[in-house]
Design a protein around this ligand. Structure first.
Ligand code: PPS
Length: 285
């Protein structure tokens, strides 16, 4: 573990972005408003994609908002110090984002009608995406070899903790009417239908042309060129843009290009062990 992290309630957080004080405030005192809409995900699961989709739906498919304001100001991550300040200043209705595991998520969620969209992605692709992105991060130690990184990922010794715990604990919310689960793979397979379902969940009906515009502007290529969403504005102090990028490949199954047969079998063993008891199937199962 490197000193670029601190531990809060058993979870590693990057020191440059979060603090124990603001996480304590968030967990115990932050109040959700009934009209809040949140995009929640484990890192590298399609967070920015969902933020772009939500921002576009919010503006009836008009891309000017998502193309003129950085994503962290449009839909702030509440667990970062600056994101929390931004959220507290935002007038309702608010669009918010979070990578928090459920046990640290603001307790006020349990008594509110705030809506959560939880995006989940094949953990092998999450790990590969995260490995490549980490190479550019100056605020945490170099991820080392993929073999080394895989052990850290499987044991949960990475930012925001274990993928397995994150997903299993959030899935306990699955029967609540203010909780909506969607996979990265579903977004990829049928973005238009996914947008329609998200609209329905948040109670915003768009016409066919407006949905077309959401789909077009949330495509990988449009987002890759959108400097307000592709993280190229992320400060050089924190990120070496020559070593990694957010909008890397945007595909499902890239893990097949990286994992050896033995690594894949090892991953599958850990997956089976850690996910046993969860009565749900995902597109990659
Ligand atoms: S972060 O930094 O944790 O919030 O990252 P996150 O946004 O969750 O995930 C980044 C990965 O999502 C891919 N991405 C997309 N894929 C397809 N279509 C669109 N529009 C899209 N937008 C983002 C991005 O490319 C990262 O995945 P990889 O596999 O690294 O390409």
């Amino acid at each position: 573990m490197s000193s670029s992290f601190f531990v809060y309630n058993g979870i590693l957080f990057p020191t440059a972005l979060s603090s124990a004080e603001s996480l304590t405030y968030l967990e115990k005192e932050f109040r959700f408003l009934d009209d809040d809409i949140l995009s929640v995900s484990y890192p590298k699961s399609g967070t920015h994609w969902m933020q772009e989709i939500l921002g576009l739906i919010w503006c009836d498919g008009d891309p000017s908002w998502v193309q003129s304001l950085p994503v962290w100001e449009r839909i702030p991550w509440i667990e970062t110090v600056s994101g929390l300040q931004c959220a507290l200043k935002s007038p309702p209705p608010r669009l918010l984002a979070s990578h928090l595991p459920f046990h640290i998520f603001p307790k006020s969620f349990l008594h509110s009608k705030a809506k959560v969209i939880y995006t989940v992605r094949n953990p092998k692709d999450v790990m590969i995406s995260s490995y490549h992105f980490s190479k550019g991060l100056k605020i945490v130690a170099d991820p080392g070899t993929l073999e080394e990184y895989m052990e850290e990922f499987l044991s949960g010794s990475v930012s925001y903790g274990s993928w397995f715990e994150h997903v299993k604990n959030w899935m306990e919310m699955k029967d609540r009417s203010n909780f909506f689960i969607i996979t990265y793979e579903e977004l990829q397979q049928d973005l238009r239908e996914s947008v329609r379902r998200i609209c329905h969940f948040i109670g915003k009906e768009l016409n066919s042309q407006q949905i077309d515009s959401v789909v077009e502007n949330a495509s990988f290529h449009k987002m890759k060129d959108n400097n307000m969403s592709n993280c190229t504005q992320f400060s050089d102090t924190y990120y070496d843009h020559t070593k990694g990028k957010l909008m890397r490949k945007g595909i499902s199954g890239d893990w097949k290009n990286h994992l050896t047969v033995a690594q894949n079998e090892h991953f599958d063993r850990v997956y089976r062990e850690k996910m046993q008891g969860l009565r749900m199937t995902f597109p990659w199962d």
